[in-house]
Write a protein that binds this ligand. Sequence first.
Ligand SMILES: Cc1cc2nc3c(=O)[nH]c(=O)nc-3n(C[C@H](O)[C@H](O)[C@H](O)COP(=O)(O)OP(=O)(O)OC[C@H]3O[C@@H](n4cnc5c(N)ncnc54)[C@H](O)[C@@H]3O)c2cc1C
Length: 418
Amino acid sequence: MAKDPEVAIVGAGAAGLAAARTLIDAGLSVHVLEAKNRIGGRAYTESESVGIAWDHGAHWLHDQGRNFFTTFASAQNIPLEPVSENRWLWTGQDWASDFEKRDYDAYCDLVFDRIQRLGLDPQDKPVSDAQPPHFRYRTMFDSWYAALSGMEPDESSVHDDYRYSEDTGNARVLCGYGQLLAEYASGVPVTLSTPVQAIDWSANGVALETSDGTVKASAAIVTVSNNVLACDAIRFSPSIPVPYREAFEKIPLGGAEKIAIAFDKDVLGLSDAHLFFFHSTPKIARFQIRPFGENIAIAFIAGRFAREIANEGTDAMASFALSQLVDVFGADIRKSVTRVRPTDWCVDPYIGGGYSTARPGYADMRCILSEPIAERLYFAGEAHAIDAFGTVHGAYRSGVATAKRVAGQLHLELIGSL
Ligand SMILES: Cc1cc2nc3c(=O)[nH]c(=O)nc-3n(C[C@H](O)[C@H](O)[C@H](O)COP(=O)(O)OP(=O)(O)OC[C@H]3O[C@@H](n4cnc5c(N)ncnc54)[C@H](O)[C@@H]3O)c2cc1C
């Protein structure tokens, strides 16, 4: 691997890996510096913690009709599976009827229609302005919206939501989305466990200071999350312009966490099911029950509550998720629990949350993020994908688009120097 490459890339998540592949294909030398001891960032599959492969972060291939990883999986003969439509809604005492599920779905459809209409208004507003008051469904919708976007409707911009492209549907992959990304990244030169501490872009080119020395390059692509950038984990010299700093703060990552619970046998009775709840509290998880028929349940917690419980720690997360399952399936299931593994995205200093959402009034700031500084300092990542933010395929597209800009600029400079 070239120590001082033409392009240095900070972060080996979907955006960084896609940028690296694109630049290598364009004949440029790259050096990817990753803080963690693994690649993938928020797309990470592992099987050691609970004995079954599961995705700690991204698991669904959203917008499968236009998602690069659909094409990639097909080229690799890796089959994709449809997402299960098997939904179970727990009322607190019993399973909800089909009528109750349809009634709730109708409320959600109504709100999404109203978001689309509000999105046409020149004045940006919170998504919560699109919600009719409803004694039963409003809190449920809040939690569902937080699962989709990372933040509750009152903290999310309606313009941001409106610009997210209509989705062609979800697919999933047995080996895990993180593993699929790892297959794509095979052969990309990455140095692990090497956090970038500072970037000097004061002179020609850039100099990246790491715990293991300085890397010099003609340009850098920084793909770390907005929350990491907003807390000054990387020192820039000179400081980066104020509008970028404001964009990091106004398009933060919301909360998203998972808890995997493995059982020694099938004690839940459902297979490949989504379990969600009638609830009037924001403190709630939803579950994937026995995905792909495995004896595992995966709790998903989003929004403010995800951040709150992540701060309480992994024991609190495990105990909360299990007690919610016990409410439905009875206390005996505890005897069959073999292992439990919560994630820690919100408190991870190299990630800082789930996925980005613009605060009301700040959706336009996503465009600022994609502009290079001085033609040598570039940013990329899911937060840059105006119509696919918060996703792996959005991060991929941002990485590819940024890499093409960098390659174009470096070729221009080369021609100019001849
Ligand atoms: C719980 C959860 C569920 C999700 N579900 C889905 C889903 O189903 N489908 C979907 O499409 N998306 C989903 N997402 C979102 C998706 O995972 C992200 O949008 C995407 O992976 C982001 O990629 P990225 O490259 O922009 O950023 P990241 O993956 O965050 O990559 C940035 C990398 O930079 C590294 N880094 C940070 N600081 C430094 C430093 N100082 N020096 C060097 N390296 C550094 C980080 O360690 C990380 O590896 C989910 C996310 C979470 C958390």
